[in-house]
Design a protein around this ligand. Structure first.
Ligand code: IMP
Length: 179
């Protein structure tokens, strides 16, 4: 069993890179079917979604745009509940199909905040794609249009996801070992 130590916590291998890539490829297949003929802009939420976005976009067939937005809402292993301003919207998204790319939807507080702010720019529609989802932690009613994998309510790192700023570079996803 492969174990990684990051700061004070140990993490064990949970989702290997081959499985992550297969899941993302399947998500792209669904999007390619759904989004054909639409004016689509993908919006990756930094920092966590950079790897997911990079892998996904390689499999997207229709002509599209991709950009990255940023907000910070997480410290350590629990949601702070604080919401921050979305920065980096330089494109005109009026009447476009916006596909939000998230690394993980946990409580959904961050996602709700992002959607509320994006609506102000009057996109045609907003869809949500998340690599990981923790249904047991989810507190919102927002429909998640594309979900890679549903996972238990445990803290995970790797493939863009961090613990206190570290672990984003790991190609696989690791799950915290209960201490
Ligand atoms: P939410 O607002 O609770 O849905 O949390 C969303 C954000 O919290 C994600 O975009 C991540 O940045 C972070 N997050 C939630 N769960 C985890 C986790 O297990 N590992 C790393 N980051 C997480």
């Amino acid at each position: 069993m492969e174990i990684r130590k990051i700061h004070d916590k140990e993490f064990k291998l949970f989702i290997p890179n081959s499985q992550i890539r297969a899941v993302i490829s399947a998500m792209a297949d669904s999007m390619n079917r759904d989004l054909e003929g639409r004016d689509v802009i993908f919006m990756g939420i930094l920092n966590g979604a950079f790897m997911f976005a990079a892998e996904l976009i390689k499999h997207i067939a229709p002509s599209c745009q991709i950009t990255f937005l940023k907000l910070a809402s997480y410290a350590g292993t629990s949601s702070t509940g604080t919401v921050k301003r979305l920065i980096g919207i330089n494109e005109d998204i009026h009447n476009k199909t916006v596909v939000i790319l998230e690394d993980i939807v946990d409580t959904g507080i961050t996602l709700e905040n992002i959607i509320r702010q994006l609506r102000g720019y009057e996109p045609g529609e907003i869809r949500v794609a998340t690599l990981l989802h923790k249904p047991d932690a989810y507190q919102k009613d927002i429909v998640l249009d594309y979900v890679g994998l549903e996972i238990p309510n445990d803290f995970v790192v790797g493939f863009g996801l961090d613990y206190k700023g570290f672990g984003r570079n790991l190609p696989d996803i690791y799950r915290v070992v209960a201490s």
